[in-house]
Design a protein around this ligand. Structure first.
Ligand code: BYC
Length: 314
């Protein structure tokens, strides 16, 4: 179907004036597709992202740590729900999105395909993974699509708590025994590079950035946000007393930023294409949970249908 010039002009004027596009507004098909793709991937990331930390809930070292971790993992489920709802305002069907996830046709963040091998990983995920997520998501609070931007405001507030609990856990471990300090450093060594990959491919290899920037869906490029994250993290690591596994990481006074070493982009490609350490396990787990929940969805639908019938009869 060809685009109505008046509708297109209205859409372009909304973007140019930095106003929000709302569900009632007409949008070009490319914008709708891009938004559904990004929101769905984001929602899937929140839901799959529950798994690595869930691994430690039953083995948390104290009641306090267990309560914090439970609250965090439950928050991620909530984020997934806001985001699936935002995707529905663009005409996407949540059941179809879930189907795409469990059949490997839609992506989720590469970072959740790595295993959580020690309790220090809970702290490092909070500090680095949630830290990277905040860095990426704060600008998305100004994303041009209203329901997504508004969802991001609440998500970012909750992510800040996640980041803080992670950093506080690591501070506690770093003031503990040598074995605890070693555990933290070993965990940082495993998570540093995958955290940098969360920001996506380098700008030169990012097929979607230019258009998403023009539509003000994204406000910064992948490389800009990655640099911001590195600059933020180095002083935090110094305060914590850990190092990053990068011999090329150093302050560049001329640029006013930290330089860092080359990222192994073949690893990101491998993980995104389904061949990371835990991809099969993560998707299988999600598929089983979805199948196990079928009776709940059937019961809820039957209940809603019964009420609709009663209301119609009355
Ligand atoms: N992993 O052209 P590009 C959380 C894909 S969860 C996987 O740069 P774009 C948390 C990309 O989708 C928060 N795929 O794309 C939860 C594209 O694929 P397709 C997660 C990646 O969209 C639980 C292709 O590669 N955050 O915080 O302009 C516990 C080319 O890339 C990745 C979000 O979801 C990746 N790392 O930019 C703890 C943020 N990178 O569809 C914490 C929202 C790229 O074209 N998303 N791809 O085949 C975004 O901001 C953007 O979508 C991205 C990518 C920056 C990720």
């Amino acid at each position: 179907m060809s685009e109505d010039p008046a509708l297109l002009a209205h859409f372009e004027a909304t973007i140019a004036a930095d106003q929000r596009v709302e569900p009632r507004d007409w949008v070009p098909e490319g914008y709708r597709r891009t938004m559904v793709r990004q929101i769905a991937q984001h929602a899937h990331s929140e839901i799959i992202g529950m798994q690595p930390e869930d691994n430690w809930i039953t083995r948390a070292p104290s009641l306090r740590r267990k309560a914090i971790l439970l609250a965090k993992v439950q928050d991620e489920a909530g984020h997934g729900l806001y985001l699936y709802s935002a995707a529905e305002t663009l005409g996407a069907d949540r059941a179809e999105l879930t189907e795409m996830l469990v059949t490997g046709r839609q992506k989720y963040s590469s970072i959740f395909n790595y295993p959580t091998l020690s309790f220090a990983d809970v702290g490092v995920i909070g500090w680095l993974v949630d830290g990277a997520a905040i860095c990426n998501q704060v600008p998305l609070c100004r994303s041009s699509y209203g329901p997504y931007a508004r969802a991001m405001i609440r998500v970012c507030k909750e992510e800040s708590f996640h980041q803080r609990q992670g950093y506080e856990l690591l501070m506690t471990m770093m003031s503990g025994s040598d074995a605890q300090r070693e555990m933290v450093q070993e965990s940082v060594n495993r998570w540093w590079w995958p955290s940098l990959m969360m920001f996506g491919p380098p700008d030169g290899d990012s097929p979607n950035t230019a258009q998403s920037m023009a539509w003000k869906i994204k406000r910064h490029t992948n490389d800009e946000l990655r640099q911001r994250f590195v600059d933020m993290s180095v002083p935090q690591a110094e305060k914590l007393g850990v190092s990053f596994p990068d011999p090329d990481l150093r302050w560049n006074a001329e640029r006013g930023h930290y330089d860092f070493g080359a990222i192994d982009w073949s690893e990101l490609k491998r993980v995104i294409s389904g061949n990371g350490p835990c991809n099969a396990q993560r998707v299988a787990h999600r598929r089983k949970a979805h199948e196990d929940g079928a009776w709940v969805r059937d019961a809820a639908a039957a209940h809603a249908a019964k009420h609709a019938r009663r209301e119609a009869a009355a």
